[in-house]
Write a protein that binds this ligand. Sequence first.
Ligand code: SF4
Ligand code: SF4
Length: 312
Amino acid sequence: MECAPEISGNAVNGLGEEKFRRPEIVYWSPDPDAIPHGRLQRWFYTVNPNEPAIVEQRAARQKILDAPLPDLSERQVERTPEAWTEALQQYVSAGHCEQVGATPLDRDWLFEGQETPFSNVIVIGVQHDYEAISEAPKPRAGGEVMRQYSRAAFAAKAIAGWLRRSGWDADPVTGPMAGKITLIPPAIASGFGELGKHGSLITPEMGASFRLSAVLTDAPFAPTPPRPFGLDDFCLSCRVCEDACPPEAIFPEKQTVRGETKWYVDFDKCLPFFNQTHGCAICIAECPWSRPGVGIKLAEKLARRAGRLAAV
Ligand code: SF4
Ligand code: SF4
């Protein structure tokens, strides 16, 4: 806590602010010195620095990040927007990721001070191994998170490379130091799912147990539409993540954050525990939607209930 800045992370995030503004990077900044919580971000790496499960995965990810992108081809491949979006499925079929989506870029998703010339976002989802993430916050779960960040980075760079070889410039954005853009809003807009009470995205197929990366480009992808499935009502009557969170950081009600009412996690309560245990993920592992096969059944049940109510 000696490293904690005077400003609250919730203030950086805009908790209680009625007016919209772009998000600011509160943590996982590409340059820790550029954010108030940068000393805490550096301290995170002093916990378990030699843990083999994490060191190995971190090195693998760095290798992927350091690999150069291919040159931009002068000949631009033309496809229909639908064919571009359909072609993304090759990365799911090859096992590089579990889900892909596309949406026009809303510049409100860019972090304050960031700009990009691109107009579309491709969103990529990679699922954790459930057994490994269920050990959160033990090192095996931390290693699994790093493994999925590696896969997410690999998929983003593979898609960006494919686009550049096809004559369309592209910028891969990989977590956790995404730097340029918040990834959850484009994931919701491109049909991944909805925000859960634990502040993480939930999809019927992967629950909350996945990581995201993205590619910014002008290639004309057809948007994949949003897929609401009634999660708000479910979260209102579920307290699993609230009860499982050791520092009780998960708000039971939605909060106003930069002009939007949404589920929110108290950053100042979450972070000390998260840092102390070198990563956490208890809330996403405990969420019932994350259990393999359960999310699809829950989504079907919610759809049936909505159908019955609509028929009354
Ligand atoms: S990551 Fe851990 S500490 Fe943070 S909200 Fe989730 S369970 Fe709580
Ligand atoms: S644990 Fe329950 S309340 Fe929390 S996000 Fe998952 S479904 Fe919603």
